[in-house]
Design a protein around this ligand. Structure first.
Ligand SMILES: C[S@@+](CC[C@H](N)C(=O)[O-])C[C@H]1O[C@@H](n2cnc3c(N)ncnc32)[C@H](O)[C@@H]1O
Length: 187
């Protein structure tokens, strides 16, 4: 076997491994798009400031829920830094696998991740809800966010306003690319 043959075999093997992974990735990203928002993570350098503004709500016994959690970075951060319980939901199974792997790696058993449509998530026990979703799905969630969430819960929406909660806006943060909006219906 010549050196050229070895290179050729190597290239074929890599291609056979790479193509299915690429296909899985493209399918999973399409699923995210179709259900309500593509996967775009909240910037890592903005996480602490976003969470800082919600500090007084982040107590040990509070329940944090992330709707459309992606790789789960925010949920893991509040669990790690504030010792609370956090649950992330995402429609994309690939992202849930990644979120669980990272969580196991960082040894954070209080952070849990489930594959679920945000429209089916029970929000009645949540004290803080974080979402970074597109306006159409935010509109679809109107009844849920207005009628099933505790009145004093903090709802944080990154990048997009929640129009039907406008009068409950208590704070906003200017990010590098997007603003973040904080709502509380008891204020
Ligand atoms: C813009 S990304 C935000 C990811 C993460 N929250 C962050 O801030 O890094 C939106 C996420 O919502 C998920 N998503 C979109 N529609 C959804 C739905 N109907 N139910 C659950 N997750 C959904 C996508 O898969 C994607 O991971």
């Amino acid at each position: 076997m010549t050196f050229g043959d070895i290179i050729y075999l190597l290239a074929i093997t890599l291609e056979l491994l790479f193509l299915p992974l690429l296909a899985i990735y493209i399918i999973s990203i399409t699923i995210s798009w179709l259900y309500g928002a593509p996967y775009v993570a909240t910037r890592k350098d903005e996480l602490s400031e976003l969470v800082e503004k919600a500090k007084k709500y982040l107590t040990k016994n509070a329940q944090f829920i992330e709707l459309g959690c992606g790789d789960g970075r925010i949920t893991r951060m509040v669990v790690r830094d504030y010792g609370m319980k956090g649950v992330g939901y995402d429609i994309n199974p690939l992202l849930i696998v990644v979120a669980r792997l990272l969580t196991r790696f960082q040894r954070l058993p209080q952070a849990l991740f489930y594959k679920k449509n945000v429209l089916d998530v029970d929000l009645s026990q949540a004290d803080i809800i974080y979402l970074y979703l597109l306006p159409p799905i935010i509109l679809t969630m109107k009844n849920k966010l207005l009628n099933t969430v505790k009145k004093d819960a903090l709802i944080i929406s990154h990048a997009f306003k929640i129009p039907y909660l406008e009068k409950y806006l208590i704070e906003q943060a200017d990010g590098v690319k997007f603003k973040t909006y904080y709502y509380n219906r008891s204020k």
